[in-house]
Structure formats: C-alpha cells, structure tokens
Design a protein around this ligand. Structure first.
Ligand SMILES: *Cc1c(COP(=O)(O)O)cnc(C)c1O
Ligand code: SF4
Length: 394
C-alpha cells in the first residue's frame, strides 16, 4: 500500500456538501446533526460492498454507525480498501467473534471503584465522562460502552468520581476520556475542569479525544479559552492515517497549541489502514508539522469482532525500527500492547540490546551495526599514583 503525498493534499473542503452554506459547514452542531447514521443515508452517497452492507445492517446491535459529513468527505468512494473507509464503515466481519476476544478486553470494569472511573495505575485515573462520540471507530476498545448500541448501563457519575479523586491524594494525574469528552458542552467542561483544578493533589489533567479528527469545527475559540483558563491541559488526539491530517485538523491543532495545550497523538495499528512503514512515516511527519508529538502506537485490543483489523506485532516492531534513527526522534511513538485483562500498557520495542554483562553492553544501531560500551574502567598506566597539581583543592 504505497503512500504518496500528492494523492492527499491537506485540503478537505465541503465535497459532497458543497451546496451547504459555509457557515453551516463550519458549525459543529450542524456537523453533528447531519451525521450519516443509517444504511439508507450511506447508500445515497456511495456504493457499499456486500461486506459493508452486511456490516451496516448489524451495526446497531454492536456499535452504532455515525460519520460526520466532514470525515465522510475524506473517504475515497471508488476504493473499497480506502483506509479512512475501513475505520468508520462497518463490515460483516464485525459479526465474527473469536474465542480470544472479550467485550471488556482491558478489564476496565473490574478496576472501576466508582462508575465511570478506572484506577489501574498507582498515580493516575481514567475518567470516562461520556458514552458518545462524534463518529464511531469500528475497532473501538470501548464499543461495549459507547453509542449505547449494546444497552450497556453506563451512567458516569461525576460527583462520585470527583469525590473519589478528592479522597485519594495519590491521584496526581486525571485523564478524561469516554466516549469523547469534547462532546460535552463548554459549560460542562468548564465546570469539570474547574472542579479538577480545585483538587490540590491533581497536578496533571489531560483529555483523550478524537474530536479534532472527526469534528475539527468543535475546537472553537470559546473552547480554547476554557483550556487556557484551566491550563495546562494536555491533549491526546487520535490520528491513524496521513489522510486524516487535513488543513482543518491542522488549524484546530494550531488553535489548541496557541491556547497552551500540548498535543500528543495515539494511533492504533490497524491492518489495511496503517500497518505499513511508509504510511506511518508520512503520518508522523505530518503530525510534527501540526505541532503534534506522536505518543503511542497501540497494538489493537482483543475486542469482539475485531480480528479483521488485527495487525501483525512483527509489523509494528518493523515500523518502529523503520522510524528510530531514520527520522526525527520526536516523530517516533512508543509501540505498546495494553495487556489483556488489565495489566496496563507495556512497551514492545525492537531488540537493540545484544548482550549485557558486568563488563560491557553490546548493541546494534539503527543500521544494524554492532557497538560496545564498556562498563569497566581500566586506569591508564602513566596516570597511576599521579597527584593532583597543587593549585587544585578538592
Ligand atoms: C492509558 C491509561 C492511562 C494513561 O496511561 P499513560 O501511559 O500515562 O498515558 C491511565 N489509566 C488507564 C486505565 C489507561 O488505560
Ligand atoms: S473516538 Fe475513541 S471512544 Fe469513540 S469510537 Fe473512536 S476509539 Fe471509540
């Protein structure tokens, strides 16, 4: 799957919705209201493959179908293998459940002291503030929870979660996620961030959101003011393919950066989307140009009906190997597997280390050349017994 920069300029534009006034197009409420949510709507805009049609008919039992017009325009409707298309248009393969897959593959429910809060690591919590997203990713780890297609009983209780954080001084880092926190109203976000800021031991607040990618219109100057007011707020966005890095996303990232929000990116390694070194390199370079630092590259979780997305771990390692040393260090994300059952994120790295003894460490560089670093120091003969010059006092 070779990737060429000219096939995807930064421009996205209104495409199929060019008849809509620009003011509507730029309005996030309009984008949400006009999302594609039914197979009938979808078929009005594109020809579905039988595989996709079957997936759409099944979708509302598993994870709802929803695509913002803005994001839909990024799909190449003539290409059934389009990497954008694969991420948001359901496929019949979602019905195929393997024995290894789990509804709650990260054991989040069992690490949840109060509804909507996951406390897995010693010093930080994951605060799931909503079950809604602007569009739904077919490989979503929390498909049990988001979109309400599975009647999952999700009622985030802010008050209870906030009280838990207040009562646990070891929690110095709060990660707001969901669903997508940026679907909350400005007023609600302002309130939530204010409450968290008021907790003395909470030093670090961050938001995980795919809104800048699905709905860049949501990153309004008013929202940025809220981040400024409660800052520093860090944010992880979620871009998987360079074609998602549009001018609109770039502008949204710029607004966030100017409001003092440091930006990272989390990608999921997905078969047929970005499990390719050339594609990933184009992606991380574009991210840097948008002021976004690649943070994590995730091996996909063992979600039910996700096997058609599962990429080879060897491929993931190969991608990191193709980046490290070959390009800007800032561009290289950490490849991780979130341990099934709830063990947390574990780094999976190419093996540069060949040998480590008390005497030396032997390793290979990015070109595969071997190097040694001695761990013992042998005094040089002429220096033995030499005294310091008189003018140096220790
Ligand atoms: C990913 C995650 C975090 C944050 O982990 P970092 O490595 O600090 O980004 C915190 N809690 C849970 C449950 C998570 O899954
Ligand atoms: S934006 Fe995140 S939570 Fe929402 S569907 Fe996509 S992966 Fe799931």
């Amino acid at each position: 799957m070779p990737y060429s920069e000219d096939r995807s300029s930064w421009f996205a534009g209104q495409g199929l919705w060019s008849h809509v006034p620009e003011s509507d197009w730029r309005d996030w409420a309009w984008q949400l209201k006009n999302r594609i949510t039914t197979v009938e709507q979808l078929e009005r805009y594109m020809t579905l493959t039988p595989e996709e049609k079957a997936g759409c008919l099944f979708a509302n039992h598993k994870l709802a179908l929803a695509i913002t017009p803005y994001f839909f325009n990024l799909i190449d409707r003539d290409d059934p293998h389009c990497p954008i298309r694969r991420q948001v248009i359901p496929r019949g393969e979602e019905m195929v459940v393997s024995a290894e897959e789990m509804l709650d593959s990260l054991g989040e429910d069992s690490h949840s002291p109060v509804p909507g809060l996951v406390h897995r690591y010693p010093d930080r919590v994951l605060f799931l503030v909503t079950d809604r997203c602007a569009s739904y990713c077919r490989y979503c780890t929390r498909s049990r929870l988001v979109s309400n297609a599975q009647d999952y009983n999700f009622h985030p209780e802010y008050e209870q979660a906030l009280r838990y954080i207040e009562a646990h001084p070891e929690v110095r880092d709060v990660l707001l996620s969901g669903g997508d926190p940026l679907l909350l109203s400005d007023k609600k976000l302002d309130h939530l961030l204010g409450r968290l800021r008021a907790i003395k031991h909470v030093e670090f607040i961050r938001i995980g959101s795919r809104i800048p990618v699905f709905l860049p219109q949501r990153i309004t100057p008013e929202l940025c003011e809220i981040f400024k007011k409660h800052g520093p707020i860090w944010m992880s966005i979620h871009v998987n393919h360079p074609r998602e890095a549009t001018q609109e996303l770039k502008d949204a990232c710029e607004r966030l950066s100017y409001a003092g929000v440091p930006l990272g990116n989390q990608s999921v390694l997905l078969r047929g989307v970005n499990d390719d070194a050339e594609v990933m390199q184009a992606l991380v370079h574009r991210l840097l140009r948008m002021r976004v630092r690649p943070y994590y590259l995730y091996q996909m979780d063992l979600i039910t009906g996700g096997s058609h997305f599962m990429a080879d771990v060897r491929k993931g390692i190969e991608i990191i190997q193709a980046l490290r040393g070959h390009t800007t260090g800032y561009a290289v994300p950490q490849y991780v597997i979130d341990a099934p059952g709830g063990g947390g994120k574990v780094p999976i790295n190419p093996d540069y280390l060949e040998k480590l003894t008390a005497d030396e460490v032997v390793f290979r560089n990015f070109e595969g050349k071997q190097f040694r670093y001695p761990l013992k120091r042998t005094p040089v003969k002429e220096n033995v017994g030499k005294v310091l010059p008189a003018e140096i006092h220790l």
